[in-house]
Write a protein that binds this ligand. Structure first.
Ligand code: GDP
Ligand code: MG
Length: 177
């Protein structure tokens, strides 16, 4: 067959949503570059980054979009959501407000995407054991109500980061094939 230069079987656009400072940019950094930064407020100018995963023997290229801080103003441009096939709704396990706002982030994604896309609930900063305010049961209950999977991650020490993205991408993949 003709060589088209395409080295993957599928490409999926994913979006990271959730309140400011929950760790979205660091989840992206950890997933795509295996890096972590103590301060990422304005250091990351990129809109998205790529990472390839293998699922079921297929090469799946993920294009993960980050908000670059716009979520602080509660308006994220429509292009951010356009064409996305999955969303990670992230809260900070030490910040109850960020958990309380999850439903509005889910609704924001639904408003901007035509079909119902898979979403995963992510409780980040699991390394901050002493400061945890949201229990696993509480988060699992919300995830169940919203028909989502739930994972607890730490972008700082890498716990479950790749697994969270892989769980979401696997759900998208099995809707396609
Ligand atoms: P964003 O605003 O959602 O993109 O959040 P950032 O990725 O910029 O992270 C906000 C702050 O939380 C930064 O100081 C990060 O270093 C810190 N942070 C992010 N993820 C973690 C984590 O898993 N554990 C801990 N302890 N801190 C984190
Ligand atoms: Mg950010």
């Amino acid at each position: 067959s003709r060589n088209t230069g395409v080295d993957y079987d599928f490409i999926f656009k994913l979006v990271l949503t959730g309140d400011s400072s929950v760790g979205k940019s660091n989840l992206l950094l950890r997933f795509t570059r295996n890096e972590f930064r103590l301060d990422t407020q304005s250091t990351i100018g990129v809109e998205f980054a790529y990472k390839q995963l293998n699922i079921d023997g297929r090469k799946i290229k993920t294009q993960v979009w980050d908000t670059a801080g716009q979520e602080r103003f509660k308006t994220v441009i429509p292009q951010f959501y356009r064409g996305s096939e999955g969303a990670l709704c992230v809260f900070d396990l030490t910040k109850p407000d960020s958990f309380d706002h999850i439903v509005s982030w889910i609704e924001e994604v639904q408003r901007h995407t035509s079909t119902e896309i898979p979403m995963i609930l992510v409780g980040n900063k699991s390394d901050l054991v002493e400061q945890r305010k949201i229990s696993k049961d509480q988060a699992m209950m919300l995830a169940k109500q919203q028909n989502m999977s739930y994972m607890e991650t730490s972008a700082m020490n890498s716990t479950n980061v790749e697994q969270a993205f892989t769980t979401l991408v696997t759900a998208i993949y099995y809707r396609k094939v």
